[in-house]
Ligand binder design. Sequence first.
Ligand code: BTN
Length: 322
Amino acid sequence: MHPLTEKILFYLKSHTNNYVSGEQLSRHFSISRSAIWKHIQELRQLGYEVIAVPHLGYQLGGIPDRLFPYEIAYRLPTKFIGKEIYYFDNISSTMDIAHSLAKQGVSEGTVVIAESQTKARGRFQRSWLCYKYKGIYFSLILKPKIHPKSSAIFTFLSAVAVSEAINNSIGITVEVKWPNDIILDGKKLAGILTESESETELMHYIIIGIGINVNNNPQQLIDTAVSLRQYKKESINRIELMRQILIELEKYYLLFKKNGSSFIIDRWRSFSGTLGRIVKIIQDNKTTVGMAVDVDDDGNLLLRKDSGLVEKINTGDLIYCR
Ligand code: BTN
């Protein structure tokens, strides 16, 4: 989008209940009325509905269902998360782009959003299914000053932030499933993938990748997955949800810096659908069954086996037994 088109968009947004005359815009931006018209046309090409009434002027009607950076960032009340947004209609993976941006030294809080990805990945290099314009797929770059060993807490922090955002903005209560899933109605709604770059003692950056099924219809989902729209039976405003998620991510990141990981794990416990259940953990060459009794401050699952022994599990796939 041309920088002036963006300014005109913001001007129209701040006058949503009034018409703004071509003359007013032309005076405000010191350009001709025909130049204003060209910018209005650019907005329309991007999918904005701009109502034009003779003698009255322009008014912003509908906005397109796209996660455009200027929609996400417009008056976003965060200090650093989402202040820099990279947007792609289609890309290999937002994780790859975020890694190369982080290596170039972009600022903390930079976000990479894609409407669709050709090589989206999940944990253990599994693929992640994207449906163009139906989900929310993004990666966030953070640069916490923590020991690389402690990076797992960011999966929990993100799960809490996304759950709270869904709860607050859509009024749906979701559950978190150890270690990285968000569950709705017993099915997978969202997944979180964290990847980091570090030296022995120092974390350079961490990338949090989040994928959420938002407006997918059932045919666009596998049997074990669910979307917000499918559950709520109405279409969800992806822009508003994305903004809420960024706000919650920043809130919990700041709370983590202030209060440490035990605070985050406490919040995670309150959303947990895992604790108190009999679960099976599948790791490379071993399967462990037991009662999920708790999660420690590093995000390890504490599993009480039949023998009474409590085993600390730090990775694996978790399946609910009953
Ligand atoms: C999982 O459930 O295993 C995690 C899925 C994470 C998917 C998201 S979509 C945005 C970001 N880009 C990727 O390639 N993966 C994450």
